[in-house]
Design a binder for this molecule. Structure first.
Ligand code: ADP
Ligand code: F6P
Length: 324
Protein backbone atom coordinates (compact mmCIF):
# COMPACT_ATOMS: atom_id res chain seq x y z
CA UNK A 1 0.00 0.00 0.00
CA UNK A 2 1.13 3.58 -0.61
CA UNK A 3 0.89 6.66 1.56
CA UNK A 4 -0.98 8.78 -0.97
CA UNK A 5 -2.55 11.74 0.82
CA UNK A 6 -3.60 14.15 -1.92
CA UNK A 7 -4.70 13.39 -5.45
CA UNK A 8 -5.89 15.58 -8.31
CA UNK A 9 -8.23 15.00 -11.25
CA UNK A 10 -8.50 16.79 -14.59
CA UNK A 11 -10.43 16.41 -17.83
CA UNK A 12 -8.64 17.05 -21.13
CA UNK A 13 -9.36 17.09 -24.88
CA UNK A 14 -12.94 16.84 -26.16
CA UNK A 15 -15.51 16.55 -23.39
CA UNK A 16 -17.65 13.40 -23.25
CA UNK A 17 -20.92 12.59 -21.48
CA UNK A 18 -20.07 10.59 -18.35
CA UNK A 19 -16.94 12.55 -17.39
CA UNK A 20 -18.83 14.05 -14.44
CA UNK A 21 -19.86 10.60 -13.21
CA UNK A 22 -16.16 9.65 -13.24
CA UNK A 23 -15.17 12.81 -11.34
CA UNK A 24 -17.83 12.15 -8.69
CA UNK A 25 -16.62 8.57 -8.22
CA UNK A 26 -12.98 9.70 -7.99
CA UNK A 27 -13.81 12.26 -5.31
CA UNK A 28 -16.06 10.08 -3.20
CA UNK A 29 -13.84 6.98 -3.37
CA UNK A 30 -10.77 9.03 -2.46
CA UNK A 31 -12.48 10.86 0.41
CA UNK A 32 -13.78 7.53 1.75
CA UNK A 33 -10.15 6.33 1.69
CA UNK A 34 -8.97 9.34 3.71
CA UNK A 35 -7.44 11.30 0.80
CA UNK A 36 -7.81 14.95 -0.17
CA UNK A 37 -8.89 15.68 -3.73
CA UNK A 38 -8.09 18.69 -5.90
CA UNK A 39 -9.76 19.43 -9.20
CA UNK A 40 -7.53 20.91 -11.89
CA UNK A 41 -9.54 23.37 -13.96
CA UNK A 42 -9.27 23.39 -17.81
CA UNK A 43 -7.11 20.32 -18.33
CA UNK A 44 -3.39 20.79 -18.91
CA UNK A 45 -3.89 24.54 -19.46
CA UNK A 46 -5.16 24.89 -15.89
CA UNK A 47 -2.43 22.59 -14.59
CA UNK A 48 0.25 24.85 -16.08
CA UNK A 49 -1.53 27.84 -14.53
CA UNK A 50 -1.81 26.15 -11.11
CA UNK A 51 -5.63 26.34 -11.25
CA UNK A 52 -6.56 23.95 -8.44
CA UNK A 53 -9.85 23.76 -6.54
CA UNK A 54 -10.77 21.66 -3.52
CA UNK A 55 -13.28 18.92 -4.26
CA UNK A 56 -15.36 17.61 -1.37
CA UNK A 57 -18.02 14.92 -1.27
CA UNK A 58 -20.69 17.58 -1.39
CA UNK A 59 -19.14 19.58 -4.24
CA UNK A 60 -19.78 16.65 -6.59
CA UNK A 61 -23.33 16.06 -5.45
CA UNK A 62 -25.84 15.30 -8.23
CA UNK A 63 -23.38 15.69 -11.13
CA UNK A 64 -23.52 12.11 -12.49
CA UNK A 65 -26.53 13.00 -14.62
CA UNK A 66 -24.87 16.06 -16.19
CA UNK A 67 -23.19 16.11 -19.60
CA UNK A 68 -19.96 18.08 -20.07
CA UNK A 69 -17.40 18.38 -17.29
CA UNK A 70 -17.77 20.58 -14.20
CA UNK A 71 -14.01 21.21 -14.11
CA UNK A 72 -13.97 22.27 -17.78
CA UNK A 73 -11.61 20.94 -20.42
CA UNK A 74 -9.16 22.40 -22.92
CA UNK A 75 -6.63 21.64 -25.57
CA UNK A 76 -3.22 22.90 -24.55
CA UNK A 77 -0.52 23.35 -27.25
CA UNK A 78 2.11 24.23 -24.59
CA UNK A 79 1.87 20.69 -23.25
CA UNK A 80 3.28 19.38 -26.53
CA UNK A 81 6.58 21.17 -25.89
CA UNK A 82 9.37 19.63 -23.82
CA UNK A 83 9.10 22.34 -21.17
CA UNK A 84 5.28 22.03 -20.69
CA UNK A 85 5.10 18.62 -18.95
CA UNK A 86 8.34 19.32 -17.02
CA UNK A 87 6.83 22.52 -15.61
CA UNK A 88 3.54 20.72 -14.86
CA UNK A 89 5.35 17.94 -12.95
CA UNK A 90 7.05 20.61 -10.81
CA UNK A 91 3.70 22.30 -10.15
CA UNK A 92 2.17 18.98 -9.03
CA UNK A 93 5.12 18.33 -6.71
CA UNK A 94 5.00 21.82 -5.20
CA UNK A 95 1.24 21.48 -4.63
CA UNK A 96 1.84 18.22 -2.72
CA UNK A 97 -0.11 16.10 -5.20
CA UNK A 98 0.86 12.44 -5.01
CA UNK A 99 -1.15 11.22 -7.98
CA UNK A 100 -3.01 12.77 -10.92
CA UNK A 101 -6.02 11.22 -12.65
CA UNK A 102 -6.36 12.31 -16.29
CA UNK A 103 -9.73 11.73 -17.96
CA UNK A 104 -9.34 12.16 -21.73
CA UNK A 105 -8.43 10.62 -25.06
CA UNK A 106 -5.20 9.31 -26.51
CA UNK A 107 -3.76 12.82 -26.95
CA UNK A 108 -4.32 13.45 -23.25
CA UNK A 109 -2.63 10.13 -22.49
CA UNK A 110 0.45 11.24 -24.46
CA UNK A 111 0.49 14.25 -22.15
CA UNK A 112 0.20 11.85 -19.19
CA UNK A 113 3.13 9.83 -20.55
CA UNK A 114 5.22 13.02 -20.77
CA UNK A 115 4.26 13.91 -17.19
CA UNK A 116 5.25 10.42 -16.04
CA UNK A 117 8.62 10.83 -17.78
CA UNK A 118 9.11 13.92 -15.61
CA UNK A 119 8.48 12.01 -12.38
CA UNK A 120 4.71 12.46 -11.87
CA UNK A 121 2.38 9.57 -11.09
CA UNK A 122 -0.55 9.59 -13.52
CA UNK A 123 -3.55 7.30 -14.00
CA UNK A 124 -5.52 7.70 -17.25
CA UNK A 125 -9.24 7.09 -17.68
CA UNK A 126 -10.41 6.80 -21.32
CA UNK A 127 -12.88 9.62 -22.00
CA UNK A 128 -13.79 10.34 -25.62
CA UNK A 129 -16.86 9.85 -27.78
CA UNK A 130 -14.61 8.54 -30.58
CA UNK A 131 -13.89 5.03 -29.11
CA UNK A 132 -10.45 5.32 -30.68
CA UNK A 133 -8.18 4.20 -27.82
CA UNK A 134 -6.30 0.99 -28.63
CA UNK A 135 -6.20 -0.61 -25.19
CA UNK A 136 -9.93 -0.46 -24.42
CA UNK A 137 -13.27 -1.64 -25.83
CA UNK A 138 -15.10 1.17 -23.99
CA UNK A 139 -14.48 4.90 -23.70
CA UNK A 140 -16.57 7.30 -21.62
CA UNK A 141 -19.15 9.07 -23.80
CA UNK A 142 -19.30 6.77 -26.82
CA UNK A 143 -22.53 5.11 -25.71
CA UNK A 144 -24.36 8.41 -25.19
CA UNK A 145 -22.95 9.96 -28.37
CA UNK A 146 -23.91 7.02 -30.54
CA UNK A 147 -27.42 6.97 -29.08
CA UNK A 148 -27.76 10.70 -29.84
CA UNK A 149 -26.57 10.12 -33.42
CA UNK A 150 -28.88 7.12 -33.94
CA UNK A 151 -31.86 9.12 -32.75
CA UNK A 152 -30.92 12.10 -34.97
CA UNK A 153 -30.65 9.77 -37.97
CA UNK A 154 -34.13 8.37 -37.17
CA UNK A 155 -35.47 11.94 -37.42
CA UNK A 156 -33.65 12.61 -40.68
CA UNK A 157 -34.99 9.33 -42.11
CA UNK A 158 -38.57 10.52 -41.56
CA UNK A 159 -38.10 13.61 -43.68
CA UNK A 160 -35.89 11.81 -46.19
CA UNK A 161 -38.73 9.29 -46.71
CA UNK A 162 -41.40 11.99 -47.10
CA UNK A 163 -39.38 13.79 -49.78
CA UNK A 164 -37.99 10.61 -51.39
CA UNK A 165 -34.52 12.06 -51.00
CA UNK A 166 -31.02 10.89 -50.40
CA UNK A 167 -29.57 12.10 -47.07
CA UNK A 168 -25.89 12.24 -46.22
CA UNK A 169 -25.37 12.33 -42.47
CA UNK A 170 -21.95 13.26 -41.13
CA UNK A 171 -21.11 11.92 -37.68
CA UNK A 172 -18.12 12.70 -35.44
CA UNK A 173 -15.18 10.46 -34.64
CA UNK A 174 -12.13 12.39 -35.85
CA UNK A 175 -10.05 9.63 -37.55
CA UNK A 176 -12.18 6.77 -36.23
CA UNK A 177 -15.30 5.30 -37.84
CA UNK A 178 -16.89 3.67 -34.78
CA UNK A 179 -19.80 6.10 -34.39
CA UNK A 180 -20.53 5.77 -38.12
CA UNK A 181 -20.33 1.96 -38.04
CA UNK A 182 -22.67 1.68 -35.06
CA UNK A 183 -25.13 4.09 -36.67
CA UNK A 184 -25.12 2.06 -39.83
CA UNK A 185 -25.85 -1.16 -37.96
CA UNK A 186 -28.51 0.53 -35.80
CA UNK A 187 -30.18 2.60 -38.55
CA UNK A 188 -29.40 0.91 -41.86
CA UNK A 189 -27.87 2.85 -44.75
CA UNK A 190 -27.17 2.60 -48.46
CA UNK A 191 -23.55 3.36 -47.75
CA UNK A 192 -21.04 4.09 -45.01
CA UNK A 193 -17.80 6.06 -45.39
CA UNK A 194 -15.22 5.57 -42.65
CA UNK A 195 -11.54 6.56 -42.42
CA UNK A 196 -10.43 2.97 -41.72
CA UNK A 197 -11.79 1.97 -45.16
CA UNK A 198 -10.90 5.09 -47.08
CA UNK A 199 -10.44 3.15 -50.30
CA UNK A 200 -14.23 3.48 -50.76
CA UNK A 201 -15.41 3.85 -54.34
CA UNK A 202 -17.79 6.74 -54.93
CA UNK A 203 -19.04 5.20 -58.17
CA UNK A 204 -20.00 2.02 -56.24
CA UNK A 205 -21.97 4.17 -53.82
CA UNK A 206 -23.78 5.89 -56.67
CA UNK A 207 -24.48 2.56 -58.42
CA UNK A 208 -25.84 1.16 -55.15
CA UNK A 209 -28.22 4.10 -54.71
CA UNK A 210 -29.45 3.79 -58.31
CA UNK A 211 -29.86 0.03 -58.07
CA UNK A 212 -31.78 0.35 -54.78
CA UNK A 213 -34.02 3.00 -56.35
CA UNK A 214 -34.73 0.63 -59.26
CA UNK A 215 -35.69 -2.09 -56.78
CA UNK A 216 -38.26 0.30 -55.26
CA UNK A 217 -36.38 2.03 -52.46
CA UNK A 218 -37.76 5.56 -52.14
CA UNK A 219 -35.16 7.18 -49.87
CA UNK A 220 -31.47 6.68 -49.18
CA UNK A 221 -29.18 7.22 -46.22
CA UNK A 222 -25.39 7.58 -46.42
CA UNK A 223 -23.45 7.79 -43.16
CA UNK A 224 -20.21 9.72 -43.50
CA UNK A 225 -17.56 9.76 -40.75
CA UNK A 226 -16.08 13.26 -40.45
CA UNK A 227 -12.55 11.99 -41.12
CA UNK A 228 -13.55 11.22 -44.72
CA UNK A 229 -14.38 14.69 -45.96
CA UNK A 230 -16.96 17.28 -46.86
CA UNK A 231 -20.54 15.98 -46.81
CA UNK A 232 -22.08 18.97 -48.60
CA UNK A 233 -19.82 18.53 -51.61
CA UNK A 234 -20.47 14.78 -51.59
CA UNK A 235 -24.24 15.48 -51.57
CA UNK A 236 -23.89 17.71 -54.65
CA UNK A 237 -21.90 15.04 -56.51
CA UNK A 238 -24.45 12.34 -55.62
CA UNK A 239 -27.37 14.54 -56.67
CA UNK A 240 -25.68 15.31 -60.01
CA UNK A 241 -24.85 11.66 -60.67
CA UNK A 242 -28.20 10.13 -59.62
CA UNK A 243 -30.73 12.88 -60.29
CA UNK A 244 -32.07 12.24 -56.75
CA UNK A 245 -32.48 15.31 -54.55
CA UNK A 246 -29.77 15.01 -51.89
CA UNK A 247 -29.23 16.88 -48.61
CA UNK A 248 -26.31 16.83 -46.17
CA UNK A 249 -26.60 17.12 -42.38
CA UNK A 250 -23.56 17.51 -40.15
CA UNK A 251 -24.58 16.32 -36.65
CA UNK A 252 -21.59 18.04 -35.02
CA UNK A 253 -21.39 18.88 -31.34
CA UNK A 254 -24.89 17.69 -30.41
CA UNK A 255 -23.14 14.29 -30.23
CA UNK A 256 -20.81 15.54 -27.49
CA UNK A 257 -23.45 16.89 -25.09
CA UNK A 258 -26.56 15.72 -23.30
CA UNK A 259 -27.53 13.51 -20.41
CA UNK A 260 -25.13 10.57 -20.12
CA UNK A 261 -26.66 7.13 -20.67
CA UNK A 262 -26.88 4.70 -17.75
CA UNK A 263 -23.98 2.72 -19.27
CA UNK A 264 -21.77 5.80 -19.48
CA UNK A 265 -22.58 6.77 -15.88
CA UNK A 266 -21.94 3.29 -14.51
CA UNK A 267 -18.77 2.50 -16.49
CA UNK A 268 -17.36 5.99 -15.91
CA UNK A 269 -18.03 5.71 -12.18
CA UNK A 270 -16.44 2.26 -12.06
CA UNK A 271 -13.34 3.59 -13.82
CA UNK A 272 -13.20 6.60 -11.47
CA UNK A 273 -13.27 4.38 -8.39
CA UNK A 274 -10.79 1.97 -9.99
CA UNK A 275 -8.34 4.83 -10.63
CA UNK A 276 -8.36 5.79 -6.94
CA UNK A 277 -7.96 2.14 -5.91
CA UNK A 278 -4.93 1.87 -8.20
CA UNK A 279 -3.31 4.94 -6.60
CA UNK A 280 -4.13 3.75 -3.09
CA UNK A 281 -2.62 0.36 -3.92
CA UNK A 282 0.68 1.92 -4.98
CA UNK A 283 0.26 1.62 -8.77
CA UNK A 284 2.15 4.09 -10.97
CA UNK A 285 1.44 5.38 -14.47
CA UNK A 286 -1.37 3.15 -15.72
CA UNK A 287 -4.27 3.50 -18.14
CA UNK A 288 -7.60 1.99 -17.15
CA UNK A 289 -9.41 -0.07 -19.77
CA UNK A 290 -12.46 -2.23 -20.30
CA UNK A 291 -11.18 -5.17 -22.28
CA UNK A 292 -12.80 -8.52 -23.11
CA UNK A 293 -15.61 -7.90 -20.64
CA UNK A 294 -13.49 -6.80 -17.67
CA UNK A 295 -12.17 -3.59 -16.13
CA UNK A 296 -8.39 -3.75 -16.17
CA UNK A 297 -5.32 -1.52 -16.53
CA UNK A 298 -2.10 -1.29 -18.54
CA UNK A 299 1.20 0.57 -18.16
CA UNK A 300 0.90 3.88 -20.06
CA UNK A 301 3.73 3.05 -22.47
CA UNK A 302 2.18 -0.30 -23.36
CA UNK A 303 -1.34 1.14 -23.68
CA UNK A 304 -0.17 3.82 -26.10
CA UNK A 305 1.44 1.25 -28.36
CA UNK A 306 -1.88 -0.58 -28.86
CA UNK A 307 -3.64 0.25 -32.13
CA UNK A 308 -7.37 0.54 -32.59
CA UNK A 309 -8.71 -0.99 -35.76
CA UNK A 310 -12.28 -1.25 -36.95
CA UNK A 311 -14.00 -4.51 -36.05
CA UNK A 312 -13.82 -6.35 -39.39
CA UNK A 313 -16.68 -8.73 -38.58
CA UNK A 314 -18.99 -5.85 -37.60
CA UNK A 315 -17.97 -3.98 -40.75
CA UNK A 316 -18.69 -7.01 -42.91
CA UNK A 317 -22.12 -7.67 -41.38
CA UNK A 318 -23.01 -3.98 -41.44
CA UNK A 319 -22.79 -4.11 -45.25
CA UNK A 320 -24.58 -7.44 -45.45
CA UNK A 321 -27.59 -6.51 -43.36
CA UNK A 322 -27.94 -3.10 -45.02
CA UNK A 323 -28.56 -4.75 -48.44
CA UNK A 324 -31.96 -3.89 -49.92
P1 ADP B 1 -7.88 13.77 -26.78
O1 ADP B 1 -7.25 13.63 -25.46
O2 ADP B 1 -9.38 13.79 -26.71
O3 ADP B 1 -7.32 12.82 -27.81
P2 ADP B 1 -6.29 15.90 -27.98
O4 ADP B 1 -5.64 15.02 -28.98
O5 ADP B 1 -6.77 17.23 -28.42
O6 ADP B 1 -7.57 15.25 -27.32
O7 ADP B 1 -5.26 16.07 -26.78
C1 ADP B 1 -5.62 16.82 -25.64
C2 ADP B 1 -4.41 17.51 -25.11
O8 ADP B 1 -3.42 16.56 -24.70
C3 ADP B 1 -3.67 18.41 -26.11
O9 ADP B 1 -4.27 19.66 -26.26
C4 ADP B 1 -2.30 18.52 -25.44
O10 ADP B 1 -2.36 19.44 -24.39
C5 ADP B 1 -2.13 17.12 -24.86
N1 ADP B 1 -1.34 16.30 -25.80
C6 ADP B 1 -1.74 15.75 -26.96
N2 ADP B 1 -0.71 15.11 -27.58
C7 ADP B 1 0.36 15.29 -26.79
C8 ADP B 1 1.74 14.89 -26.88
N3 ADP B 1 2.20 14.17 -27.91
N4 ADP B 1 2.56 15.26 -25.87
C9 ADP B 1 2.12 15.97 -24.83
N5 ADP B 1 0.84 16.39 -24.69
C10 ADP B 1 -0.03 16.06 -25.65
O1 F6P C 1 -12.43 13.83 -29.99
C1 F6P C 1 -13.78 14.17 -29.89
C2 F6P C 1 -14.21 15.04 -31.05
O2 F6P C 1 -15.57 15.36 -30.89
C3 F6P C 1 -13.96 14.43 -32.44
O3 F6P C 1 -14.95 13.50 -32.79
C4 F6P C 1 -13.96 15.66 -33.29
O4 F6P C 1 -13.18 15.47 -34.45
C5 F6P C 1 -13.32 16.70 -32.41
O5 F6P C 1 -13.45 16.23 -31.07
C6 F6P C 1 -13.93 18.05 -32.53
O6 F6P C 1 -13.22 18.92 -31.73
P1 F6P C 1 -13.68 20.41 -31.39
O7 F6P C 1 -14.69 20.32 -30.31
O8 F6P C 1 -12.44 21.07 -30.95
O9 F6P C 1 -14.27 20.99 -32.64
Amino acid sequence: MSDIKTIAVLTSGGDAPGMNAAIRAVVRTAVAGGMNVKGVMRGYTGLLGGEFIDLSRRSVSDIARLGGTIIYTARCPEFMTQEGPAKAARILKDAGIDGLIVIGGDGSFRGAQALAANGANVIGIPGTIDLDIGCTDYTIGFDTAVNTAVSAIDNIKDTSMSHERCSIIEVMGRNAGYIALWCEIANGADGILIPEKDEFDEQDLIDNILSNRKKGKTHHIIINAEGIGNSTRLAKRIENATGIETRATVLGHIQRGGTPSAKDRVYAATMGAYAVDLLAGGARNRIIAYKDGKFTDFPIDEALKMKKTIDEYQFMISRLIAMY
